[in-house]
Design a protein around this ligand. Structure first.
Ligand SMILES: *Cc1c(COP(=O)(O)O)cnc(C)c1O
Length: 417
């Protein structure tokens, strides 16, 4: 810790904001498509709607839905609309959370408490997931005193369902599939997982954090999207992030449960203190009204038509990128991505060195470890105008690495931080 003291005197807005703008001087320029992660841009019109709605409900608190019927309406409609998109029946229920991590945490908590009632023989509850599942499952397991078994994926990078079946133990309570997985961008075989879950009496969670608000529209455009939602029997819960391809402000995701009867396992209730009964479905207590309001506003502003228009741009960009990369000697697309999450591997060259050459050219590069690759996690409208430049730089970088047999300074892949 440096010896920075809390300032005695306040600072006027003008110099204060000047200091903040100066602080962001070295931030990655996402508007110029320099980063394919963290920011989901759908155009300034969408951004303006989200900001306006966030500001109007800046002070309101989602902990107090009785005080703010507006937020209750927004949350109810967000959940109903999401249930409609993901083919959940009328009996479905859900909650707006702060993000994918919280949605996954709550799905695991709900499954754990359901298992305590329905599968009491599972004393130390375990979850079987493909190795490609998000770290949020292990993070939640850590907090919830559960255990995660990670099972290698198949040659197509999708969940190896027979191997997952073999990993089921007496303590197993839950199976997980991703739609799609973040490392490989492929949708796991949800129908096979659903059949397995039903046969073994297990909870199946589908993690559609990245694809939940993209797949429904990509499918409507005519792309082949395998079954992944509540239309598959056996799916009991799904996570879908509004702050990714829902294009709203960060701090918004949806957890859906297949049936209202499961809701009691989600909600936390407490009455042993002097202030009265506390009953909340989320991990968070106070919740930003702005995040809920902005999510509602963007969904209402875009409608299915608006999301389809955005999905079309994104998938066309994906197709251009895939075609362009296929033409660069030494590079290949890892697996067959179902949506817009793409890994780029190298043959006969050090792909991490290509990444470092791209960083030298001003791109913020994410990498993956298995197989080694450059990871393009979240293509959005910020990238469309810069695709040709990206491909030109990528070809030049790969060319340099090949010609000079360059090796990377670091072969460590990391996510976040
Ligand atoms: C982003 C993501 C998460 C975690 O979501 P956060 O909003 O970052 O907490 C979980 N699963 C998948 C597949 C994701 O892409």
């Amino acid at each position: 810790m440096t010896s920075i003291r809390f300032p005695q005197l306040g600072l006027a807005p003008a110099p204060l904001f000047e200091e903040m703008e100066a602080a962001r001087r070295n931030d990655v320029d996402w508007r110029r498509g320099r980063v394919a992660l963290y920011v989901h841009y759908a155009g300034d019109d969408v951004l303006d709607v989200a900001k306006e709605a966030y500001q109007r409900f800046f002070s309101e608190n989602g902990l107090g839905l009785k005080a703010f019927p507006s937020l209750r309406k927004f949350e109810d409609e967000i959940i109903a609309w999401t249930a409609d998109l993901l083919d959940a029946g009328l009996d479905a229920t859900g909650v707006v959370t702060s993000g994918g991590t919280e949605s996954i945490f709550l799905a695991m908590k709900t499954a754990r408490d359901w298992a305590r009632a329905e599968r009491p023989q599972a004393k130390e509850p375990e979850v079987v997931v493909p190795v490609s599942a998000h770290p949020a499952f292990d993070k939640a397991a850590h907090y919830l005193c559960m255990k995660v078994r990670r099972v290698p994926v198949g040659a197509d990078f999708r969940a190896d369902v027979p191997a997952m079946a073999a990993a089921i133990a007496p303590n197993t309570v839950m199976l997980v599939g991703s739609a799609p997985s973040f490392p490989y961008g492929v949708i796991d075989g949800i129908p096979a997982l659903g059949a397995l879950a039903r046969e073994r009496g297990l909870w199946l969670h589908v993690d559609a954090c990245v694809g939940g608000f993209l797949s429904p529209f990509v499918r409507r455009l005519g792309y082949a999207i395998p079954p992944y939602d509540f239309s598959v029997e056996g799916v009991r819960s799904m996570s879908a992030d509004l702050h990714k391809y829902g294009f709203t402000a960060k701090g918004a995701s949806v957890l859906l449960l297949a049936s209202r009867s499961l809701r009691s396992y989600l909600t936390f209730e407490f009455d042993n203190w002097p202030r009265g009964k506390y009953s909340v479905a989320t991990f968070a207590g106070s919740r930003p009204g702005g995040a809920i309001a902005a999510a509602w506003a963007v969904m209402r502003y875009l409608g299915i038509e608006g999301y389809m228009r955005l999905a079309k741009s994104i998938m066309e960009a994906r197709d251009r990128l895939v075609r362009g990369i296929a033409e660069i000697p030494g590079l290949y697309i890892i697996g067959t991505p179902d949506l817009s999450v793409i890994g780029v591997g190298g043959t006969g060259l050090d792909i991490f060195a290509v990444g470092e050459q791209m960083e030298r050219r001003g791109w913020f590069v994410s990498t993956m470890s298995d197989p080694p690759g450059i990871h393009l996690g979240m293509l959005t409208l910020a990238h469309v105008a810069h695709l040709d430049e990206y491909l030109r730089h990528l070809a030049a970088s790969a060319g340099e690495v090949r010609a000079q047999n360059l090796k990377a300074n670091s072969h460590e892949a990391s996510y976040g931080g």
